[in-house]
Design a binder for this molecule. Structure first.
Ligand code: FAD
Length: 473
């Protein structure tokens, strides 16, 4: 907070980079009789370090209007389970408390945004709506639906608060690989990787406060699968996420460069759940981590490559490729090679249930699967091996992709994320990769095997850690 305040007393005294913002509606002017501004929070579930929240406050301060935050809670979302909803709701509870301290009413609207947000806007005489950005199909449709139903004279804008370089600025097309987007992103970092001004106590109070929220009743009313349990190692919310960032910098960053591909070592940031729910800003993580560049150059550069280049490449892929989670979305060379090898004999064939229960012949694969099922986060290196084996052991690449995405979205706390779709597409369909030596089933898709893992790390140690008997399975 001190760094933010040193940077600017508020967003009003700060030259906001409008390239982060794009107009969704036709009309761009706030009408004179407006009684407030709304930030419709969706992907970026935090108060500070949030360019969408800041833009909404900037608008409200300029017009001397109250500012509201709305979150539209749907009772069901894709394959999300209580593991995901529980994490999200507890994070939102913290957001609501922080908003209250800043005199910004937080409204939890129950239902789809198209059904509840326009009525809220009309009912409260709201003059402008700001939302954040996700490149995924379902949230993109939510934005379209709200646009259709908002009154024509209410300007509606979208801010990319998740990426450092806004997705539409980084590139205007689907990038082929990390090598083609890396320079484009690095070239824009001096412009976009800035400190944030603070979201401040809002000086224009709303006449009608927000309805009180019964979080326990809300949790109980969800219509989601409760068999995938919430995890205990990851405390939801921004404060806990920032504590993980602090522990990463203090304890693990030094070995990130050398040990990040070793699943037995604690070298990763572990931040993906907080990044996924927008509880921690990646930009904040980079601002803090890069302070250690002179001390841990290899690690800091490696982290920037993963958290900025690879992550923003994933958003680029999902934004520009509508088939981001289908074999049709792969490059032609990959589709051709997979087709050519579609009839190849598989050494093993597994049903979804056997995979889900971690009952294959491969103890490393089973251990990785059980790590994901029990802890909600599989180690990054093993995710590649895990998905590639699903290609090897199922009837077709289509089935492999379907199973991998299903399992990933169901058990990973960071699932249903562009990174997940791209991770599965990279492993199974060669997205952002190139052709390798041709072999059975995989064709030219990059292959990984058990012997290769054994050369990289102590496979037995990892298998013992996730032994099904020890886990009580
Ligand atoms: C099959 C498969 C499935 C995956 N599913 C997901 C998923 O559902 N959600 C998800 O966030 N990531 C996914 N990834 C990418 C990556 O494995 C995870 O982001 C990473 O393991 C998360 O742990 P961490 O935060 O400790 O990572 P760190 O290594 O500490 O990296 C920091 C951040 O960089 C980003 N990042 C790291 N690796 C990648 C990558 N390869 N591609 C894009 N961004 C990356 C993530 O935001 C991550 O939180 C998947 C990868 C594969 C191969």
């Amino acid at each position: 907070m001190q760094a933010r305040l040193r940077f600017a007393p508020s967003v009003q005294d700060f030259k906001y980079n409008k390239k982060r913002v794009r107009l969704v509606s036709q009309d761009s002017y706030l009408k004179d009789a407006a009684k407030g501004v709304v930030y419709w929070m969706s992907r970026d579930q935090r108060v500070q370090d949030n360019w969408a929240f800041l833009y909404a406050q900037r608008l409200a301060l300029k017009q001397q209007l109250p500012l509201h935050v709305c979150f539209c809670l749907v009772p069901k979302f894709l394959e999300a389970t209580i593991r995901h909803f529980g994490f999200m709701l507890k994070g939102l509870q913290e957001v609501a408390e922080e908003c209250q301290e800043l005199d910004i009413p937080f409204h939890l609207l129950i239902g789809f945004a198209k059904d509840v947000l326009p009525a809220f806007v009309v009912g409260r005489g709201i003059g402008g709506v700001v939302t954040d950005f996700s490149p995924l199909r379902v949230p993109m449709q939510w934005v379209e639906d709200v646009k259709e139903r908002l009154p024509g004279d209410v300007p509606f804008v979208q801010v990319d608060a998740h990426n450092i370089v806004p997705c539409w600025v980084a590139s205007d097309k689907q990038e082929y690989a990390a090598s083609t987007i890396r320079r484009k992103i690095h070239d824009r970092l001096s412009e976009f990787l800035t400190e944030f001004p603070p979201v401040i106590k809002h000086p224009y109070p709303s006449a009608a406060p927000a309805e009180p929220i019964d979080w326990n009743a809300c949790h109980a009313s969800l219509q989601v699968d409760c068999s995938v349990k919430e995890v205990t190692w990851a405390t939801p919310g921004t404060a806990a996420g920032l504590a993980v960032l602090e522990s990463f910098i203090g304890e693990r960053l030094k070995s990130f460069g050398t040990d990040r591909n070793n699943p037995n070592r604690a070298a990763l940031s572990n931040l993906s759940p907080w990044f996924h729910f927008g509880q921690v800003s990646v930009q904040r993580a980079i601002l803090e981590v890069q302070k250690y560049r002179s001390k841990y150059k290899e690690s800091v550069d490696g982290f920037i490559e993963e958290a900025v280049v690879r992550r923003e490449l994933a958003d680029n892929f999902c934004y520009y490729n509508r088939n981001y989670d289908k074999v049709e979305g792969a490059y032609n060379w990959a589709k051709t090679t997979l087709k050519l090898h579609a009839q190849d004999k598989r050494s093993h064939l597994y049903e979804l249930k056997q995979l889900e229960e971690g009952k294959t012949h491969d103890p490393l694969w089973n251990a990785a699967q059980l790590q994901m099922v029990h802890e909600g986060k599989m180690h990054g290196f093993l995710r590649m091996y895990w998905a590639k084996k699903i290609l090897e052991w199922t009837r077709s690449s289509e089935e492999a992709l379907k199973f991998a995405i299903y399992l990933n979205d169901r058990y990973e706390l960071d699932g249903r994320d562009p990174n997940g779709y791209v991770g599965c597409m990279w492993s199974i369909c060669g997205i952002h990769d190139h052709g390798w030596t041709e072999r059975a089933v995989f064709g030219k898709i990059r292959y990984m095997n058990y012997a290769g893992c054994k050369r990289k790390f102590n496979v037995g140690q990892f298998e013992r850690r996730y032994d099904p008997h020890q886990l009580g399975q």
